[in-house]
Design a protein. Structure first.
Lengths: 306, 283
């Protein structure tokens, strides 16, 4: 397998010197998201999320299954995500890259383990019939920060999805088609949203520039004299050159769901707390955006909606 | 599962008799020269389980209460596959093995491709990449193998601490050590170093701190916690890391002293005879 081409030295130098002046190549301030865009498909629970050049598609389908023996009252949700070569030529079919492991695990934590979805509400007949949801996440294009984009697509798909209404008479289960009875939304406790910061750390130099250490891909030294920059929602180049990342998943009620910083640049305690506070603000903004997009979509659908 | 067990009783004691801020007892063994017979058994197992022909260059066993982990460091040595060699720094390989009898959340056998193990390995790798002075070992490879022997909460914490100690034991140049500790919150009370029961019931996080600069290099939280509470838990955990660092420092000191005294025992006899010979020559 050929190694993915790394960015050229001039590219690195340009990005680094821009960041040191708190500038980004696409003109955003350091702590601004790329404007997310949600495209809803004709089916319910089909959402494409676009952030800059990153595109992720999330789709949900539901079927009825027998519940697990040890959890007769709980429905199931399975998340399937695989990064195919469609996203970028860096990924190979059938081979799990490190990135894929990180993203899959993170999606699992953010969407499933954070109890966003009430699994007991998916139960139809205890021990006999429950809904099993399958959330498929397709990465269409890798323009950096696929994780945040996938989380957003996933959670919006869950909120967009409607399950058919069901009648139970004795042992008989009737599933009503959406034409005869309005389908029901899933019971969702909260809306976790993920934010990723790319961290850059450069030694503070009193005497002009020292080009050599700046362009290295790994930060080093004791970090006590380093200046750290955190870039919200990194694009592809920023992501590849970053010295570390910090992912924060939280909901609009300021409850942290997942915090993940796996090594990389060390941060001050105060800096971590500052970034968390920043994420709180962003989560509130994004929650309003999600509400608005969902409402607009329903208005355009002309369906009876609960 | 843990609903019958009181996490923190009105007297301020936890289910295992610890106070709120009390850490579990730590037991550290550095190097493979331990006299305990169990270590020898592990050695045999390792020799069979891993294809490495030589003994590890560094090795550490750490126990946080009932959670036990062993880390072995091989290298810096020549990269086994040439395509893994990086021309200006060392390549770090991490493998995490969870022994099938280690118990914990799920005692089912975990294969090599298990996502959780891969994630743990990735976390350890990216934690130590900036900490090891990789620039000193160009075109070489450092393997870190972490085995989880027993799980009772704080697996990540034990794995990171064991890896730090093994790296120190191997004599790999580090900028700083990484010390990890877990902390959780029970209603409003911060608890340190959680057991498995407590992890199930409380929101908890693991932090990895570099004690020299006091900066946070690893941060992992997977349960819901309100932002206003987070800051407190976080700062208590960072404080607690200093205690663990002290404990680890002591062990490293003792190990170094015993190594130095072992060298001193060998050398003076050699030195003395040489000096005596010289004197003999002069006479």
């Amino acid at each position: 397998m050929p190694r993915p081409t790394s960015p050229s030295i001039p590219e690195k130098e340009f990005l680094v010197s821009a960041i040191q002046q708190s500038l980004r190549l696409d003109g955003r301030p350091l702590t601004t998201l790329r404007e997310p865009q949600l495209i809803f498909g004709s089916e319910l629970g089909w959402v494409e999320c676009v952030m800059g050049k990153t595109r992720v598609l999330a789709a949900i389908d539901a079927k009825m299954v027998k519940p697990a023996a040890d959890r007769p009252y709980e429905g199931m949700i399975n998340i399937h995500s695989e990064i195919s070569p469609m996203a970028s030529s860096e990924y190979e079919q059938g081979r799990t890259s490190d990135e894929e492991v990180t993203i899959t695990r993170m999606l699992d934590k953010v969407l499933r383990r954070s109890d966003a979805l009430d699994k007991e509400s998916l139960c139809v007949v205890a021990g006999q019939r429950v809904w099993s949801l399958r959330l498929t996440i397709q990465f269409l294009s890798d323009g950096g920060n696929m994780l945040d984009c996938a989380c957003l697509a996933g959670i919006v798909a869950l909120r967009h999805f409607r399950k058919p209404e069901v009648d139970v008479e004795g042992e008989e289960v009737t599933i009503h088609s959406p034409e005869s009875r309005a389908p029901l939304p899933l019971a969702i406790h909260h809306t976790p949203i993920c934010f990723t910061f790319a961290l850059f750390s450069f030694p503070t130099t009193q005497t002009g520039s020292t080009a050599a250490p700046l362009i290295s891909t790994l930060p080093s030294g004791s970090f006590s004299t380093h200046q750290t920059y955190a870039l919200l929602d990194p694009d592809l180049l920023e992501e590849t050159l970053a010295h570390g990342t910090l992912s924060i998943a939280l909901n609009a009620q300021s409850e942290l769901c997942v915090l993940q910083k796996m090594g990389g640049v060390p941060l001050d305690q105060a800096k971590v707390v500052r970034l968390v506070e920043l994420a709180v603000e962003k989560a509130k903004e994004l929650e309003i955006f999600i509400e608005r997009s969902l409402k607009e979509d329903w208005a355009g659908r002309g369906l009876e909606v609960i | 599962m843990g609903s019958r067990v009181e996490i923190l009783n009105p007297g301020g004691y936890r289910s295992d008799g610890r106070k709120q801020y009390e850490l579990r007892s730590m037991d550290i063994t550095l190097g493979s020269t331990s006299s305990s017979s169990s270590t020898v058994v592990h050695d045999l197992q390792n020799a069979m389980a891993h294809p490495h022909p030589t003994a590890p260059d560094g090795r550490a066993h750490i126990a946080h209460g009932l959670t036990e982990a062993t880390a072995q460091v091989f290298g810096p040595r020549e990269a086994q596959m040439r395509r893994d060699a990086i021309h200006d720094r060392a390549n770090i390989n991490v493998q995490v093995v969870m022994l099938p009898f280690s118990g914990g959340a799920s005692s089912r056998r975990r294969g090599r491709g298990d996502k959780r193990l891969l994630e743990l390995a990735a976390a350890i790798k990216s934690t130590f990449e900036p900490v090891i002075q990789t620039g000193l070992y160009p075109r070489s490879q450092i393997d870190i193998i972490v085995e989880i022997h027993q799980q009772d909460g704080g697996v990540l914490q034990a794995a990171i601490n064991a890896a730090t100690l093994a790296l120190v034991d191997a004599g790999v140049a580090l900028y700083d050590q990484v010390v990890a500790v877990s902390a959780g919150l029970h209603s409003t009370a911060v608890l340190l170093d959680l057991t498995h029961y407590e992890e199930n019931d409380c929101p908890h996080l693991t932090v990895g701190v570099m004690p020299r600069s006091g900066k946070v290099t690893l941060l992992n939280m997977e349960s819901r916690l309100h932002v206003s509470r987070f800051e407190h838990v976080f700062s208590v955990a960072c404080e607690a890391a200093k205690i663990i660092k002290g404990e680890m420092g002591n062990t490293i000191g003792q190990r170094t002293e015993s190594l130095v005294s072992a060298m001193a025992q060998g050398e003076p006899t050699y030195g003395r005879t040489a000096a005596a010979d010289d004197m003999m020559d002069e006479i």
